[in-house]
Design a protein around this ligand. Sequence first.
Ligand SMILES: [Zn+2]
Length: 290
Amino acid sequence: MKSLQAHIFAFLKIVMIGSTVAEDSLVLDLRSYSVEKDKTTQESVSWKPKNTALIICDMWDDHWCKSASRRVAEMAPALNTTVREARKKGIFIIHAPSSVVSFYDKTPQRKLARQAPFSKSRVELADSPRWGTAWCWPDPKYEGVLPIDDSDMGCSCTGEKCEIREAWTRQIKLIDIEEGDALTDNGQETFNLLSERKIDNVILCGVHLNMCVLGRPFAIRQMVKLGKNVALMRDMTDTMYNPERPPGVDHFTGTDLVVKHVEKYWCPSFTSSDISGKEPFTFEEDKRNP
Ligand SMILES: [Zn+2]
């Protein structure tokens, strides 16, 4: 009997040591742009995975722009690998496929989000009924104008431009939704989930950086205004940017300019390598680094 107890203690010790290692294993190399110093700065931070959430923004099954849709499908497997590693580390995963959440109505992930106890935020959320838009608009108090012109909605296809239509019905199937994950596109539900778990650190990824990843009520502007430590996973995002519009750079340089805008005015960024241990993701079409 004594020997069995000894075995159990030995086992528990291994499990406890294992979980301690896992808990301390999120080290992020955060890149910011310092306006004062007029240069990019790097800082290594250690976040506790259990106090960290990763929010996947609008990785839909389809998009009205064929190029945008193709890029989401190309990025999704790499993102899924990263999300899997994040989950393993104990990071809380929130899937946020805006406007198609009802597709998941009966799932445990929706239930988790709906049932999180109400938590009052210190700033009014962007989806408060008073605003009516569920959008955190650009705020001149915080940021300059976007460095790319997306006023044409940013179809990057060459030749004939895509027509805007209702294209998405759910999150792309290539991203696994697992037990313990949550699913919502609602700012209040997101805030409730974070409060319930005492989560102060929020990682944003998904599409599109110049629009939803900044503006949604669960996304960068809102999370910064709520006082969270926010970081953008910069190789797991894309923009709606048509290279024929100002500043007339290629699509991927356009995305980099928006990343820099985020680093300057909103939050630092890092690459998925810090979570996955793999090379940062790049798109096939991005011919800048042969
Ligand atoms: Zn297009």
